[in-house]
Design a protein around this ligand. Structure first.
Ligand code: PLP
Length: 443
């Protein structure tokens, strides 16, 4: 980038440069999501310009109304003064079990359905139990790319992890790659998100079967992170009790914990409530080594009365009623939650085209033989520029994202774009800025 060009960038060059220099960040392209949020806030204020903000995965739609009504009613009835049951209120447990049957076609007992303070806490609690159940199995395997906060949770807990980027190991190749790790005998847990944050790949049935069968063979627990539940918009997953269903490893193994977030599918992130669903069999399994940390050796009991009790003594009482109301409406066929969030897929389709029309490339683009779905995230790169530099350069063009390098991806040329905060009214700005970038950087 020459000085002459940089000085004419869509956002005032000097302002962006000074803010980057003053941010204290060693390398802006490697900054965490929240650090980028802060930096862009500051540039926006100083420059008086609005960015196309694609760095943070927050819902950009209003919350599910039925949930709000449910919460208000619960608050009026006085639940705020009472401690909730640690394992969740009965009505919510019942609706979670129904939801899992209706939308995933898996049978789970109500006692195995537990609300958590977001999937974030569900993951933390699961690590506390799953990764401590066998003294020999002390390492988590992340099928990456992934959500960086789960690795931060491992660091905070002093737990070990290994990771690989699944990009080159799709389909049949996944088996040998997983066995490379599992044969060593130290893996307690495998974690992935599906649809995947950041790449939006969705595992095929074949891949889920491979993962599930290996989980049983090596007695490893799968933590299936369904943060973007039913948001593969290529299929209609919206009808309760009607196929197709949200794909899951639970069809292939009993060694699973599902983490179902309400943040994106129900636009309910602010209430910090999610669902942890432990398989019926895993719930009652006994692991002698759990006694090192918990009063009992039973998996489910340790999870609720050991991990979740010590973290937060359960989940906000009113939020539980709000979620119960959302799930009941979805289960009864009165609330089509997919219809509400489909907008993300439509935005992604338009935005991806703007990027590819202007010299950019989509990084993760296929699920085996099928083109990737359009959804909450997509990944992109620009020929000849690595991801970390690309992120920094795009800041001068009023566009923010995060580098794939921070997500365990080998595709370090790439960035992750989140479509949720981009309004259609910003599409013209985005297109103009991409055009300007391409003009200044194409060879
Ligand atoms: C893959 C993944 N897992 C978990 C979470 C956290 O979900 P929650 O808001 O339910 O804590 C997110 C949020 O962005 C996510 O992307």
């Amino acid at each position: 980038m020459t000085n002459a060009l940089t000085k004419q960038t869509p956002i005032d060059y000097t302002i962006v440069k000074n803010q980057i220099d003053n941010s204290g960040l060693e390398k802006v392209g490697l900054a965490s999501i929240r650090e980028i949020v802060r930096l862009v806030n500051e540039i926006e204020t100083e420059a008086g310009e609005k960015y196309v903000r694609m760095e943070m995965g927050v819902p950009g739609l209003p919350p599910a109304k039925v949930g709000i009504e449910g919460e208000i009613e619960a608050l009026r009835s006085g639940v705020a003064s009472k401690y909730p049951m640690i394992d969740g209120v009965d009505i919510l447990k019942k609706e979670i079990a129904r939801f899992v049957k209706n939308f995933i076609n898996i049978d789970v007992e109500e006692r195995c359905c537990v609300p958590t303070v977001g999937s974030m806490q569900g993951g933390f609690a699961s690590f506390l139990v799953s990764c401590r159940r066998d003294v020999k199995k002390d390492t988590t395997l992340f099928i990456d790319p992934g959500f960086p906060v789960q690795k931060m949770q491992h660091k905070v807990l002093g737990l070990k992890y290994e990771t690989f980027d699944v990009y080159n190991y799709r389909g049949d190749k996944l088996k040998a790659k997983l066995e490379e790790y599992l044969e060593k005998g130290n893996i307690s847990t495998i974690l992935y998100s599906n649809p995947n944050n950041p790449s939006w790949i969705c595992f095929t049935e074949k891949e889920l079967q491979i993962i599930g069968e290996l989980a049983t063979k090596y007695d490893v627990i799968i933590m299936e992170d369904l943060a973007y539940f039913a948001m593969d918009f290529r299929k209609d997953l919206s009808k309760p009790g009607v196929a197709p269903y949200q794909p899951t490893v639970a069809n292939y193994t009993d060694n699973y914990i599902m983490l179902i977030s309400s943040s994106k599918s129900f636009s309910y992130a602010g209430q910090r409530i999610g669902m942890m669903v432990i398989s019926n069999k895993l719930y009652t399994r006994r692991f002698a080594d759990l006694k090192r940390f918990y009063k009992t050796d039973e998996f489910g009991h340790s999870m609720i009365y050991g991990a979740i009790y010590s973290l937060s003594s359960g989940t906000s009482h009113s939020a539980q009623y709000g979620l119960a109301a959302i799930l009941k409406a979805a289960n009864d066929g009165d609330f089509n939650f997919i219809e509400e969030v489909k907008e993300y897929g439509e935005r992604a389709k338009i935005m991806k085209k703007m990027f590819t029309d202007n010299g950019f490339e989509i990084v993760y683009d296929m699920d085996e033989n099928e083109p990737l779905a359009d959804g909450f995230y997509f990944t992109f790169s620009y020929p000849g520029i690595n991801g970390v530099d690309l992120l920094e350069k795009l800041l001068y063009y009023g566009i923010s994202a995060i580098a794939l390098a921070t997500t365990g991806s080998d595709r370090t040329e790439g960035l992750r774009a989140c479509v949720s905060q981009i309004q259609r009214s910003q599409f013209d700005d985005l297109e103009e800025r991409l055009k300007a970038f391409n003009k200044d950087h194409s060879k």
